[in-house]
Design a protein. Structure first.
Length: 164
């Protein structure tokens, strides 16, 4: 793996900025602006939120659980997260490679375990099963020899597996 320090630093900077710095300052900015430009100017709202500290406590008390529920729904109850993962798999050849390799390894291991169990019971493996195994080996070898990080061979494999 090439380590291009400039791009790695840029990635770490963006993660630090968007995940931590911008998040904290956006929250502070939103609370400050909404209180001093909206709440403070409307007398009926000042009854509910008499000062900035109470406003922050009340809004945080409602907002944090609400945002946790929205985040939970995003991951567990809607198709939004599945769509994000689909896009990541479609656009990230390294992610695709991991999925394809895992599928192939599982398939091979299951077949090997089946043969080991049968052999341990002194059962014979017939010629058709050996032929099928040789064919599977050829398909996997062909796949391994034709795929690259710059073509869509792994993506086609993933799409085929998802349709099953």
């Amino acid at each position: 793996m090439g380590k291009v320090k400039g791009f790695r630093s840029w990635f770490y900077f963006r993660m630090g900025w968007s995940t931590y710095f911008a998040f904290v300052f956006a929250a502070i900015n939103t609370l400050t602006v909404t209180y001093y430009l909206a709440i403070e100017k409307v007398p009926s709202l000042e009854i509910i939120f008499p000062n900035f500290v109470q406003y922050v406590v009340i809004v945080s008390g409602i907002g944090v659980p609400l945002l946790i529920a929205v985040g939970y729904a995003h991951f567990k109850r809607t198709k939004a997260f599945k769509s994000e993962v689909d896009i990541i798999v479609e656009t990230n050849p390294y992610q695709r490679r991991t999925i394809v390799n895992t599928e192939l390894i599982l398939e091979i291991n299951l077949k090997l375990m089946e043969f080991l169990i049968r052999l341990s019971k002194d059962e014979k493996i017939d010629q058709q099963e050996i032929t099928d195994l040789i064919e599977k080996n050829k398909k996997i070898s062909e796949h391994m020899n034709t795929r690259s990080f710059s073509n869509d061979v792994d993506l086609e494999f993933v799409r085929k597996v998802l349709k099953q």
